[in-house]
Design a protein around this ligand. Structure first.
Ligand code: PMP
Length: 356
């Protein structure tokens, strides 16, 4: 007799609400922390030539040796670490959890933080423990240590800066977590380009440290490339759950080429940071809006009427992220990605009109 989905699909998967990506056709897209700038025409021409000659009839280099060499040089990855690549850092999160999902194994993080940590843990059959942040979104290191002692997590995730709050945690607090954690600690530096602070030079202090980066916030979200650096003691095992050709021929070629233009990427990040400062100032002087400080390429802000403002913005063609209802600490919160100067002005006008 044929079985029903409830007999076949795991309970924790049926109970999930999948990651929702809203339709953004025709909208000013300020919801997903993308870089608003395209590459200049000459670099796009270089990419076109590479793609024209790419051997897409062949599988990609499974070890992505050339790309890793370029990444090591441009991201200052220490020579004595191993690098693992993912189809976006989302896939790396999944690999780490697939490799550690023993029955009863725990993933620990702060709350609120990047939702994929909890989502992937759940569908990998792991238990996710979220330790609440302080009301100002700083880390409660004592609570983290207590939770680590109680739950002995296989994995700890710390987004640095954190999403959706935008702040960098104090390094002394992260150091305490690294010292206390029995398993791997992933410092997720997705927003490094806008923050400047890093754990990439701390592998000598912490054998259990892994540093994750992505090219998604640096103008290459469509390529899907993330990386994890750490000691081979851990990563040689995680690499076994990586599907062999997870980084495509085109991704490898294009990323290698674009990374040659580091100055260009740095200039774009600098422009985004100065727009962040301006946007924050404008939000702060807007009555009814309370922006939080940000070290990333987005700003979280609180308002008394988040749903109405979100709808008002949407109605005016602007898509931001509505976090009201996602977590009690995010009541009344919306998150806006820093766009071009023009997009930010359009957003500010629409916000003021929605508040009226
Ligand atoms: N980590 C954090 C903290 C993020 O905010 C995001 C994207 N929103 C990711 C990882 C995933 O990035 P990607 O899969 O595009 O590399």
């Amino acid at each position: 007799m044929a079985q029903k989905p409830e007999d076949i699909i795991r309970d924790e998967v049926r109970a999930l609400t999948g990651y929702h990506v809203p339709d953004s056709a025709g909208m000013v897209k300020l919801d997903a922390m993308e870089n608003p700038y395209r590459l200049p025409q000459d670099v796009r021409g270089q990419i076109a030539a590479l793609v024209a000659h790419a051997e897409i009839n062949r599988y990609p280099d499974a070890a992505a040796t050339r790309l890793k060499t370029v990444l090591r040089a441009t991201l200052n990855i220490p020579a004595d670490t191993t690098v693992l690549l993912g189809n976006g850092s989302d896939e790396i999160i999944q690999m780490l959890m697939l490799a550690t999902a023993r029955p009863g194994a725990v993933v620990l993080g702060v709350e609120p933080s990047f939702v994929m940590f909890r989502l992937v843990a759940t569908f990998c059959g792991m238990r996710y423990v979220g330790v609440p942040l302080q009301p100002d979104f700083s880390m409660d290191a004592d609570a983290m240590i207590a939770a680590i002692e109680e739950h002995r997590p296989a994995l700890v995730f710390i987004a640095y800066p954190n999403n959706p709050t935008g702040n960098l945690f104090e390094a002394v607090q992260i150091d305490r977590v690294l010292q206390a954690a029995p398993g791997m600690v992933v410092v997720d530096e997705a927003y490094h380009a806008f923050a400047g602070r890093t754990y990439m030079n701390r592998f000598g202090d912490y054998p259990n440290l892994l540093v994750m980066r992505t090219l998604s916030k640096s103008g290459l979200a469509g390529l899907r490339l993330g990386l994890l650096a750490g000691h081979s003691e851990w990563l040689r095992h995680v690499d076994k759950v990586r599907l062999p050709y997870n980084v495509s021929v085109l991704t490898q070629l294009v990323a290698e080429q674009v990374l040659q233009h580091q100055v260009l990427l740095d200039d774009q990040a600098a422009t985004i940071k100065s727009e962040r400062t301006r946007l924050h100032k404008e939000l702060k002087r807007t009555p009814g809006i309370m922006p939080f400080p940000s070290d990333a390429n987005f700003i979280l802000f609180r308002t008394a009427a988040a749903e109405r403002i979100f709808d008002g913005l949407k109605h005016r063609g602007i898509l931001v992220k509505n976090l009201h209802g996602a977590h009690s600490a995010l009541a009344g919160c919306l998150r806006v990605t820093v766009g071009t100067a023009e997009e930010n002005d359009t957003f500010l006008d629409a916000l003021r009109a929605s508040l009226a």
